[in-house]
Design a protein around this ligand. Structure first.
Ligand code: BG6
Length: 475
């Protein structure tokens, strides 16, 4: 079940997706829309307009979606459900920088087979590389596609993918354009990590249990590790990735958002405003790493051997596929606690996890002479591939002696039966409902870039470690 009430949206809604034949629609968006449709969460009347450069008719585009997204589905969607959903999809061939594309959208919004009206809800989804954003925003505005018909008519919202910009100044420029056309409540910047159940659970877990919050600080926690490690390499994403690198791809967004949730204060309420404010405060307190010598001391960056052989990657590319940053937060709670932020491609295995290492027990009843430095408590929030929360504690080994041994308390998500929703289901649903809690605010994006930009600016002079594919971490 998708959380939240199941009240259906009454105003008909059109989803206009730029980049409709891309990787994202194939892997995520189409499936999420189908899932919401089959579970009764879509508006009573809706249509999906896909826009891309390929020469497709509506029928060919529907076949494309079926082949790429639905054909091998293991879920129990009936053929009739899939067909009914596909009927809602139409296609427009067009280039994002050409005015004629937007004229075609307008025409199809006015006159279409699904009997929706131009004045109804319009959701523009930019599933395209960030370099197209400015063109799309400007053209949407110039063609009048962002205007409401009257105050009582439907909403217009825009969903954008990350990374939002390349650095502080490009993000600010994008914000300037976006800010002219849309109000903050119309802008939904996706960070799909925020919509993962395991990550959403961080705040509930921290602030719904009396036993954790009192020790969630530098007095009891020695260090925190946030890892987003992947076994896969960049595959066919060479042209996207070589321009971006690991730090922009997942550091500026997913990893800093996980850090913000682990480190923030109690938001004292579940409203989007309060939770975003809490995340903002953490990002504001990050200690800048901006001098070359600090970068050298606190950051490792790497590239896997063979990266430069990928299609569309420069043969002399210095783009990082791995980083490990020792970050600090300058506030009372976290003073002197290092947060290790680590991510990499083509590593030994996929593992996304947040681990809190507690300090040594004071006056421990440890066996005499036991100097085992591992004898600490550990709390681990596992995000992928295992999902759950694990607590490592020490207990007496059964038997005649007084030895200790580690034991785990665990809660695992995959033991729960109804877990067949994806984070993109939640992203789409919350955007339709206008709930921005799981989306990043303008301020958060700005602060994340503020932290990342000096690192990016300086680290081309620091050593780039070349690692073997399949390497264990800690390069
Ligand atoms: C995406 C990045 O945002 O997140 C990818 O662009 C990365 O490079 C992916 O692989 C990881 O997400 P997940 O949900 O598979 O852990």
């Amino acid at each position: 079940m998708i959380p939240g009430n199941k009240k259906r949206i009454i105003i008909p809604t059109t989803f206009i997706i730029f980049g409709a034949t891309g990787d994202l629609i194939r892997r995520k968006i189409a499936l999420s829309l189908l899932n919401l449709f089959c579970k009764g969460f879509m508006p009573e009347k809706f249509q999906v307009i896909g826009i891309s450069r390929r020469d497709y008719t509506d029928k060919q585009f529907r076949d494309f979606i079926f082949e790429n997204s639905f054909k091998n589905l293991k879920n129990n969607f009936s053929r009739a459900d899939i067909e009914n959903f596909l009927k809602k999809i139409i296609y427009i061939k067009g280039y994002f920088n050409e005015k004629s594309t937007y004229e075609k959208i307008k025409k199809r919004l006015y006159k279409n087979t699904n009997s929706l009206n131009f004045c109804d809800n319009k959701l523009y989804y930019l599933a395209v590389p960030p370099r197209f954003y400015i063109d799309i925003f400007n053209n949407l505005a110039d063609s009048g596609l962002t205007l409401s018909c009257d105050p009582k008519s439907g909403w217009t919202r825009v969903l954008v993918e990350k990374p939002f910009g390349r650095d502080m100044s490009t993000a600010a420029k994008l914000d300037q354009v976006l800010g002219k056309l849309f109000m903050e409540e119309q802008i939904f910047r996706i960070d799909h990590y925020l919509a993962k159940d395991t990550i959403r659970n961080i705040l509930f877990f921290r602030f719904s249990n009396i036993i954790f919050e009192p020790i969630w600080n530098n007095k009891y926690i020695e260090k925190v590790e946030i890892k987003l490690l992947e076994d896969l390499d960049i595959g066919t994403r060479g042209s996207f990735y070589d321009n971006i690198g690991a730090l922009r791809d997942v550091g500026q967004n997913h990893i800093l958002q996980m850090l913000a949730l682990i480190a923030m204060e109690n938001p004292s309420g579940q409203s989007a405003e309060k939770i975003r404010e809490g995340r903002v405060k953490v990002l504001k307190s990050l200690v800048a790493i901006n001098k070359p010598e600090d970068i050298e001391k606190n950051i490792i960056r790497g590239q896997y051997d063979g990266y430069r052989d990928h299609k569309d990657v420069e043969s002399t590319s210095k783009t990082e596929t791995y980083f490990n940053i020792k970050a600090h937060i300058a506030n009372k709670r976290w003073k002197d606690v290092p947060f290790y932020l680590e991510s990499g491609k083509a590593l030994e295995r996929k593992k996304t996890e947040i681990i809190l290492y507690f300090r040594k027990t004071i006056n421990c009843l440890c066996p005499r002479g036991n100097k085992d430095s591992r004898q600490r408590n550990i709390l681990s929030i596992k995000i992928s591939p295992r999902e759950g929360i694990f607590i490592r504690f020490w207990a007496k080994k059964p038997g005649l002696y007084s030895d200790l041994e580690p034991r785990d308390l665990e809660f695992e998500y995959n033991k729960i039966e109804d877990k067949n929703t994806d984070e993109y289901d939640k992203v789409m649903l919350d955007c339709m409902r206008g709930d921005q809690t799981l989306f990043t605010s303008t301020e958060e994006v700005k602060l994340a870039w503020k932290y990342i930009t000096p690192i990016l600016r300086n680290w081309s002079n620091t050593k780039l470690h070349i690692y073997e594919k399949g390497t264990h971490t800690n390069i």
